[in-house]
Design a protein around this ligand. Structure first.
Ligand SMILES: O=C(O)CCC(=O)C(=O)O
Ligand SMILES: [Fe+2]
Length: 276
């Protein structure tokens, strides 16, 4: 496969070939949840492999403004993981702040909506607090994986699974130009859609990192981009198979892993046709 460049994807020249669009669809999702029965999630499947979906109107203008207001005073230059430490990096230019679920009822409401959407318990310790991200002019996040690619990472055994199960990125603002999320190997990009939530799985159902998810936050060319990330830190992740073999020492809650595996199969049925 030709490996697309970040600049091509950020220019929007890398849409999937027509035969890869056949399975794509839009649907209202309720996931048998009382929250979503009243206001179904408007799901647009973007790509099956890697699995990427866009949920339109997932938050309201008022919620977006509240979140930006809460985070504003706490924003600091974003950091990236470097071994056991966190440090600033030229390849991630943005500011970020963590929001506790007790910070405001809006944050709690978002937590409930995310749980309804994914079927997963996303409260600490199963996820980090929500993280608000602000990219100014030229702000970007160069191509990276959200899951750790080195199995020997410090802390792998002692502190649970360091890999990010999925990413859910709420779009809190419109961007005048730039700012798309580009999937480099998969060869497509998703523009910023205000109030939508962009979702992708970083780990496959067998618990391995999905090598097709290499992605980037494209530079903001005009305006500024505000997002909020849900940052799950699953213990034993999604698959009971993770409880076998190498990752056993990180497995503190196999029961939860089984529940999460079942939720994933139920809430993301498009995946079940895939062979892993
Ligand atoms: O801002 C984006 O479009 C991508 C963000 C991202 O990759 C991340 O937060 O890990
Ligand atoms: Fe990322």
């Amino acid at each position: 496969m030709e490996v697309a460049k970040e600049s091509d994807r950020c220019n929007g020249t890398g849409w999937p070939a027509p035969e890869r669009l056949l399975h794509l669809s839009c649907s209202y999702e309720t996931n048998s949840s009382p929250y979503l029965l009243l206001q179904p999630a408007k799901k647009e499947m973007v790509q099956i492999q890697p699995y990427v979906a866009l949920y339109h109107d997932f938050i309201t203008d008022a919620e977006a403004e509240t979140i930006k207001g809460l985070a504003g005073p706490w924003l600091q230059r974003s950091v990236v993981a470097s071994g056991e430490k966190q440090q600033k990096a030229e390849y991630r230019i943005s500011k970020s702040a963590w929001l506790k679920d007790t910070a405001d009822p809006v944050v709690e409401a978002l937590d409930r909506r995310m749980a309804a959407l994914t079927g997963l318990d996303l409260r600490p310790p199963y996820a980090e607090y929500l993280q608000v991200v602000n990219y100014g002019l030229g702000g970007h996040y160069e191509p990276h994986f959200d899951h750790a690619t080195v199995r020997e990472l410090p802390g792998w055994a002692g502190r649970g699974d360091p890999r990010l199960l999925f990413l859910l990125l709420f779009q809190l603002s419109a961007v005048e130009a730039g700012g798309s999320t580009a999937f480099i190997y998969a060869n497509f990009s998703v523009p910023v859609v205000k109030n939508a939530a962009l979702f992708w799985w970083n780990l496959r159902r067998n618990g391995n990192g999905d090598g097709d998810t290499l992605h980037a936050g494209c530079p903001v060319l005009a305006g500024d981009k505000w997002g909020e990330r849900c940052y799950p830190r699953p213990v034993c992740s999604i698959s009971p198979s993770l409880c076998d073999g190498q990752a056993k020492s990180s497995c503190r809650d196999p029961g939860r892993a089984r529940t999460w595996g079942r939720s994933r199969a139920r809430h993301f049925p498009e995946e079940t046709a895939r062979v892993w």
